[in-house]
Design a protein around this ligand. Structure first.
Ligand SMILES: N[C@@H](CCC(=O)N[C@@H](CS)C(=O)NCC(=O)O)C(=O)O
Length: 245
């Protein structure tokens, strides 16, 4: 099977048995097109952690998944009988478990700044979902919200990355949305050729820079796959979580 995570991943379908997890091993429960799970995939990629990845069919959640996770959402990690979910909590937990590859700064103030940035960048994510959930085909308002969110994101980028000189906690929280941008602009109904475009030169340069980072390259998916998934999930409302891959 193609391995788009840059990590060893297997896809389990309803009815498939969950392979046992050996003591000392860590597992990520993932869905390949989930932007939240992607935050943890990026973190694992950057930290080069030996984590096995199980792609879960969220349309027909297996019992073993629901039994482990009261929210029934990905990402979730499991090790030694413990489970942790919520992408940002997972990422912080991974830093605490593996401090030698910590991505969050150790200085409390710097640490807080990264978390504040995630909060302040959340309008990009909200604007993205406004496109996906648009039902009436008029994208005027969605475009306006996106322009506002992009202007805000541009103003918050004061260095090469939101993490500073190198990629950090805030970059891995927001990047999954930026990675999916080309998929929304491919929709001819939207009438937007590109985001963020020339109006936001810092952000455009940032996106190109991010694409060159080894940890991003290793787990990035082709835009056509994102487009295919977004169509199947949001337009056809019957997501094919496997997409034949
Ligand atoms: N706040 C959560 C959101 C996770 C989330 O919404 N994941 C979606 C997939 S993108 C999910 O598992 N949905 C299944 C469901 O809601 O039943 C996080 O950051 O981890």
């Amino acid at each position: 099977m193609a391995n788009f995570e840059g990590l060893n991943s297997i896809t389990l379908n309803p009815g498939d048995e969950l392979p046992p997890l050996a003591a000392g091993r860590m597992r990520l429960y993932n869905m390949r097109f989930c932007p939240f799970a992607n935050r943890s995939v990026l973190y694992i990629s950057k930290k080069k952690l030996p984590v096995e990845v199980i792609n879960v069919n969220l349309k027909e959640k297996p019992d073993w998944f629901v039994q482990r996770n009261p929210l029934g959402k990905v990402p979730m990690i499991e090790h030694d009988g413990k489970v942790v979910f919520e992408s940002l909590v997972v990422n912080e937990y991974l830093d605490e478990l593996f401090p030698e590859t910590a991505i969050l700064p150790t200085d409390p103030y710097e640490r807080a700044q990264q978390k504040i940035l995630v909060e302040r960048l959340s309008s990009v994510q909200a604007a993205f979902f406004a496109f996906m959930m648009n039902k009436d085909g008029d994208y005027t308002q969605a475009i306006e919200s996106m322009e506002k969110a992009l202007a805000n994101a541009e103003s918050l980028l004061v260095d090469d990355f939101y993490g500073g000189k190198t990629t950090g906690y805030a970059d891995f929280a927001v990047w999954p949305i930026f990675e999916r941008f080309p998929a929304i602009t491919l929709n001819p109904k939207i009438g937007v050729k590109e985001f963020p475009g020339a109006k936001y030169p810092k952000l455009s340069a940032y996106i190109e820079r991010m694409k060159q980072q080894p940890e991003v390259k290793a787990v990035m998916k082709p835009v056509e796959l994102h487009e295919k998934f977004l169509k199947s999930a949001w337009i056809e409302k019957n997501p094919d979580y496997n997409l034949g891959i």
